[in-house]
Ligand binder design. Sequence first.
Ligand SMILES: Cc1ncc(COP(=O)(O)O)c(C=O)c1O
Length: 397
Amino acid sequence: MRPEVAPAHLFLPGPTPVPADVALAQALPMVDHRGDAFGALMADLLPRLARLFGTAGGVAVLPASGTGGLEAALVNLFSPGERVLAVVAGAFGARWAEMAADLGLVVDRLEVAWGEAASPSAVAGRVADQPYAGVLLTQNETSTGVLQDVESLAAAVRAQAPETLVAVDAVSGFPAVALPMDAWGVDLVVAGSQKAFALPPGLALVAVGERARQAVEASGRRRAYFDLRPYLRGDLPYTAPVGLWYALERSLARLEGEGAERRERRHRLVARMVREGARALGLRPLAREEVASPTVTALTLPEGVEPAAVRAAAGRLGAAFAGGMGPLRKVAVRVGHVGAVGPLDAVAAVAALEAALAEVRGQPADGAAAAAAVRAWRGGAADGLEAAGQRKEGART
Ligand SMILES: Cc1ncc(COP(=O)(O)O)c(C=O)c1O
């Protein structure tokens, strides 16, 4: 399908809708990435990014998707033969663990059931038993829709193994969900442009705390394209995707204007609306309420309903949902609600889901999902998640 006739509404955990001012910023005239104008842009954005991540260290803005940032984390922090503990609670945790092994690290896995969050005491037990150079965490497991308690997990590592570095894949969660890395004792965080930054794909943001920066500089491992050292000294080793940087400035302005707390409340409200709307259709969120992700919801479908058929029907209506991953491929769809999304997007998402399900099952749709989402909106406002009807800076306009 040509892009201009592709579904208009992205209910994906990335890429997400890009606000018009952010998209338009990319059309500003091209400049020399080695010239003064771009230098000034970098000098403005890098400290602002460090503040957003809550670190006194630095942020490398890499021309890569999120996975490039994860590879950069591994090759800069660790050397072949070093042992790391990977906390694996779904497909993305597994991928990072496999990448670490492919890059020559000795990887022990702490397996967590799909749909569950990792327990800090289990992590504490593992790092107390065996010395690790690092622990690899996933803030928001996009395959299951589970938010991990990074603060407690990092604290558990710090308490048992103060020397062990904590690296977090926050590609699908940050900055929708706060992760003040220095305050939480997190050494490195990777985010991706096409998720909570509400930017087009193409930038990996790697925030490196002071301790991790020392490890990056001290490491004798040979590195190439993903060598973070020049970035952390404030240099730009390769041609920057200038248009994406312009858009990043707009995205940051929006994020700063909204603030971390309001942003997290907005995402939690929208997520709750999606879950309630889905439940009204008889769909089951895989994650328990206590660990449910503010940015993505994995829903198991009734028996005999094919996820591919539901997604195809939704596509005909103009809505894009994500498929299930791994063991959930044949039984689940995933609804993304991250970035420039607001309550009305949740209503639209569940209405589209209801229409698609009705088409697949040959049954009427009575608007139950949208009604349930609206009830959740009003209940969320009562719980202080967001004042009903109040428009947020980051919401889609
Ligand atoms: C948690 C997580 N990690 C890593 C990735 C990979 O990011 P990318 O596709 O931008 O390389 C994703 C993508 O959805 C993700 O959700």
